[in-house]
Design a protein around this ligand. Structure first.
Ligand SMILES: *[C@@H]1O[C@H](CO)[C@@H](O)[C@H](O)[C@H]1NC(C)=O
Ligand SMILES: *[C@@H]1O[C@H](CO)[C@@H](O)[C@H](O)[C@H]1NC(C)=O
Length: 367
C-alpha cells in the first residue's frame, strides 16, 4: 500500500465570480508557508505523471494536476511560486515552503508511542516544519543582517491546511477524533504563537476542507450522507475541527492585538462549490479525475499515485481528459480548477474571517 493512500487529504473562461484573482503586488515580498500535501510544492517525493500536467505540462512536485491554493495566493501577490525548503537549487528571496505531504499536526511521538508509526507514515510533523523553519532562520540571519530573527513586516505567513492526515491515520484506531482535534489545534496554535513571538505580523491560517466530500471518504464511510451528499461523519469532523480552530485563533487575536490573523475558510468555500458545482464550472463534484472504477472513480488499491492494477477492473488509474470540470483530482487532493475557485472565494468573496482585504488595508497596501 502506498503511504499516500492515507494522506488526507478556477477556470478563466466560465468563472461566474470575478474573472481574475485580486492583485496586490508589492504588498508582501515573501511568503513563508507550512502545511501538508495541500500546500507542499516539492518537499515530499514528487508523484509521477500525470501530476502537474494541466497547468505545468510536467510533474511539478505538487499533489494536483496543476497549481495549489498557495500558488494562486502567490500569483495574486505578484510573487513567484513558493519554493520548497528542501530544494537546494531554489532561490528563497521571495519565500520558502516548509509544507510537506503526509505531514501531521500531531507530533511523531504521538504515533510511535501508540504503535501507529506505520512504515509508510511520513515522519514530518508540524514540529519538524518548525525545526526546519528555525534552521532556515539561523542560516539566513547569520552575520551582519541578523536582527530579530530576520522577520519583518514584508513576510506573509501562510499556515496551510493541516490535520486531515491525523484524522486519516487514526481512523479505525482507538484514538478518538476528539483527541485528534484537541491536540492538532493545540499544535497549530503553538506554531502560530511561535511565529508571532519570532516577529510575524501577518498570518493566514487555513481550515480543513470538507473531508467528507473527498472520494476517499465517500468510498470508506458514506453510509450516512449529509445535506450536500458528502459523508456526514467525516464532514462533521471537519466542522468541529474548524470551529475549535477559529475559537483558538480568536484567543490569539485577543492576546496579540497587533498581529493580523486571518482564518481562511476552506471548508466553507468547498461546501459552497459542492452545493452548486455547475455555477462554478464543475460537472463532476464527487468523482476523482485521476483514478479507476467505481462510482467515485477511486479504487483504494489502484490510485493515481501508484502503478497498481485494480483487482476489480484490472486497469490502472488514469487521468480524465477534462480535469477543469472536476473538483477532485486523485481521490484525496483537489484539482487546479478547484483550488482556483477556492482561492477566489477566500481572497475575494468573504470566505475568510476577518475578510481577506483587511490583511492589505491593515498593512496600508492599496490595490
Ligand atoms: C527546485 O528549484 C529549481 C529552481 O527553481 C526548479 O527548477 C526545480 O524544479 C525545483 N525542484 C523541486 C524538486 O522542487
Ligand atoms: C507497541 O509494540 C511493542 C512491540 O511490539 C510492544 O512491546 C508495546 O507494548 C506496544 N505498545 C502499545 C502502546 O501498544
Amino acid at each position: 500500500m502506498d503511504r499516500l493512500l492515507l494522506l488526507t487529504l478556477l477556470i478563466t473562461t466560465t468563472l461566474p465570480l470575478s474573472t481574475s484573482l485580486p492583485s496586490f503586488p508589492q504588498c508582501f515580498s515573501k511568503i513563508y508557508a507550512f502545511g501538508d500535501s495541500y500546500t507542499d510544492t516539492g518537499n515530499a517525493i514528487p508523484p509521477r505523471r500525470p501530476y502537474g500536467e494541466t497547468f505545468f505540462q510536467r510533474p511539478a512536485n505538487r499533489y494536483s494536476d496543476g497549481r495549489l491554493m498557495l500558488d494562486f495566493v502567490a500569483q495574486s501577490l505578484g510573487l513567484p511560486f513558493v519554493p520548497a525548503y528542501l530544494n537546494n537549487s531554489a532561490d528563497f528571496k521571495n519565500g520558502v515552503n516548509f509544507a510537506v505531504a503526509g505531514s501531521t499536526a500531531l507530533d511523531s511521538d504521538f504515533y510511535s508511542s501508540r504503535n501507529l508509526s506505520i512504515s509508510f507514515l511520513s515522519p514530518q510533523s508540524l514540529q519538524n516544519q518548525w525545526n526546519w523553519f528555525s534552521q532556515f532562520l539561523q542560516a539566513q540571519c547569520r552575520g551582519a543582517h541578523a536582527k530579530d530573527g530576520c522577520i519583518d513586516d514584508s513576510i506573509l505567513f501562510w499556515v496551510g491546511e493541516i490535520g486531515a492526515n491525523d484524522y486519516a491515520y487514526t481512523a479505525g484506531t482507538s484514538v478518538l477524533p476528539g483527541t485528534v482535534r484537541e491536540l492538532a489545534i493545540l499544535n497549530v496554535a503553538r506554531l502560530v504563537e511561535g511565529l508571532i513571538k519570532k516577529g510575524a505580523k501577518y498570518l493566514v491560517v487555513q481550515g480543513l476542507p470538507s473531508i467528507g466530500c473527498l472520494p476517499l471518504s465517500m468510498v470508506l464511510m458514506s453510509s450516512t450522507k449529509d445535506d450536500i451528499g458528502c459523508s456526514a461523519f467525516a464532514d462533521r469532523q471537519s466542522q468541529l475541527h474548524n470551529s475549535l480552530l477559529q475559537t483558538k485563533l480568536e484567543e490569539l487575536r485577543q492576546h496579540y492585538p497587533n498581529t493580523v490573523i486571518i482564518y481562511a475558510d476552506f471548508s466553507g468555500a468547498h461546501r459552497t462549490i459542492m452545493q452548486n458545482p455547475q455555477a462554478y464550472g464543475f460537472t463532476e463534484p464527487f468523482k476523482a479525475c485521476c483514478g479507476v472504477g467505481g462510482p467515485y472513480n477511486f479504487d483504494l488499491i489502484a490510485t493515481c499515485w501508484t502503478d497498481n492494477v485494480s483487482p476489480v477492473t484490472w486497469q490502472r488509474a488514469s487521468a480524465c481528459p477534462n480535469p477543469e470540470k472536476y473538483v477532485n483530482w486523485d481521490g484525496v487532493h483537489m484539482t487546479d480548477a478547484l483550488y482556483r475557485v477556492v482561492a477566489d472565494l477566500i481572497l475575494n468573496h468573504g470566505y475568510s474571517r476577518p475578510p481577506f482585504p483587511e490583511l492589505f488595508s491593515s498593512k496600508g497596501c492599496v490595490n
